[in-house]
Design a protein around this ligand. Structure first.
Ligand code: SF4
Length: 430
């Protein structure tokens, strides 16, 4: 019997990266490699990285520097960088004597076993048709499955590194998505999220996103919860809103990045919609799905953002009342258009605006969550609560974290519960 080499994988960044790691695990496990949970037992250490913010890249470099001492105790140990950071900095990372042996870009994961065997330093070529056809990721979650339906992005928002490191949009064939969902359901994962940088522009042969959703609903009546992320407002069609209104499987939640509430800033971000366009979609969504929860992404301190323009975003937040907002301070990314804009907002000011944004959203979220006291929610129990083994936690259909009294036997089940209290991030239920 052939002895397999042990590898350990650490993942950074968004859910797309988590999903890519599941793909990498599938590729390696089907070859001469075996995943281990402890870095101490690894012959190969893989870091699947993110480049969206500078901080994420710095963290990975810190991790590599912490782990390279292992090469002294274990000659032959290899450290590899995968994903967006490899794509962006690959050759540089290998040449700088950081302890990194190889760098593999986002379109080369299928070749990973070969690359490891041949000791290639870097494989970074883009393949704009790469959808990893026929490779079904090995889902690592226990209850929720994240299924990639498309890769890449064509939008080139001026601040975003993604199209530069992940290439253009391409969609996965339905036959593969179907196998992926079948696998997830066999493992009793009842909550399925369809993933892509911009799922609304899914297009395979003549199947667009709303058709894909209808097909999934028809083929898999056993899915309890179906979700999708991320949606670009400019591509959110009336047809999709109609599908959301009619479906009993799709959850009443949408993540719709707004980024800014000011038209000039949105235009310099190259977002292709105005604040009025965004509001129009919000109103349509709320009319079609009255109890829909709305979450968003926001950027504080985009280059040239004046105090008044920043206040427009705060006003928009108060007007729309998002259930939750992922707030970030602008992080300049080399190679993007916005990084070369002249009027960069100074770091302390970006931070101040970010804090103001977070504080406002915290109040809005708390009010929204408190307004749910007395209501019933359906909770898919995913595990024990972090604070107590006498409590379990999970998510409601509208993507809120719920904590309730329960035991190990409740994990994996769907329970109805009444909201009795709330914090700015959790519904306390019974
Ligand atoms: S839509 Fe814009 S922000 Fe989203 S991945 Fe594409 S370029 Fe980046």
């Amino acid at each position: 019997m052939k002895i397999k080499q042990n590898y350990y994988i650490e993942t950074y960044g968004c859910q797309m990266n988590v999903s890519d790691s599941e793909l990498i695990i599938s590729v390696l496990d089907n070859d001469d490699y075996e995943k281990v949970e402890s870095i101490d037992n690894a012959d190969i250490i893989l870091f699947n990285t993110c480049s969206v913010r500078e901080h994420a890249e710095q963290r990975v470099l810190g991790r590599v520097s912490n782990e390279r001492h292992r090469k002294i105790q274990k000659p032959g140990l290899k450290i590899g960088i995968l994903g967006c950071m490899a794509q962006r900095l690959g050759e540089r990372l290998i040449n700088e004597d950081l302890g990194i042996d190889f760098a593999i870009g986002v379109d080369q994961y299928h070749a990973l076993p070969q690359i490891l065997k041949e000791d290639c330093g870097a494989e970074l070529n883009f393949d704009f048709n790469q959808v990893y056809e026929g490779i079904i990721p090995k889902h690592q979650g226990e209850h929720c499955a994240f299924i990639t339906i498309m890769r890449g992005c064509n939008n080139f928002c001026s601040y975003c590194i993604v199209p530069h490191v992940r290439g253009r949009e391409r969609s996965r064939p339905y036959s593969d998505i179907k196998k992926d969902i079948e696998d997830a359901l066999k493992s009793n994962m009842l909550d399925i999220t369809l993933l892509g940088q911009n799922v609304n522009s899914y297009l395979f042969e003549d199947k667009a996103f709303p058709t894909l959703l209808k097909q999934i609903e028809k083929d898999f009546p056993d899915i309890e919860r179906l979700r999708f992320i991320t949606s670009h407002p400019k591509d959110l069609s009336d047809e999709l809103i109609e599908v959301m209104a009619e479906s009993s499987m799709l959850c009443n939640h949408i993540h719709l990045p707004m980024q800014s509430g000011n038209n000039e800033v949105l235009s310099r971000m190259s977002r292709s919609y105005s604040f009025d366009d965004y509001m129009l979609i919000v109103n349509k969504l709320r009319k079609a799905v009255p109890d829909i929860a709305l979450t968003t992404d926001l950027i504080a301190g985009f280059p040239g953002e004046s105090e008044a323009q920043f206040k427009d975003t705060l006003q928009a937040m108060s007007d729309i009342c998002f259930d939750y907002a992922f707030c970030f301070k602008y992080s300049p990314r080399e190679g993007t258009e916005a990084a070369s804009y002249e009027n960069q907002v100074k770091e302390p000011e970006r931070l101040r605006r970010l804090q103001e944004m977070i504080e406002l959203q915290r109040k809005i979220t708390l009010d929204k969550y408190k307004a749910m006291i007395g209501k019933e929610v359906e909770v898919y129990v995913e595990g024990f609560s972090k604070k107590s083994k006498k409590k379990v936690s999970g998510k409601s259909r509208d993507f809120k974290i719920c904590v309730l009294t329960g035991s190990a036997s409740d994990i994996g089940s769907i329970m109805r519960a009444k909201v009795i209290d709330a914090t700015a991030g959790t519904l306390i239920c019974e």
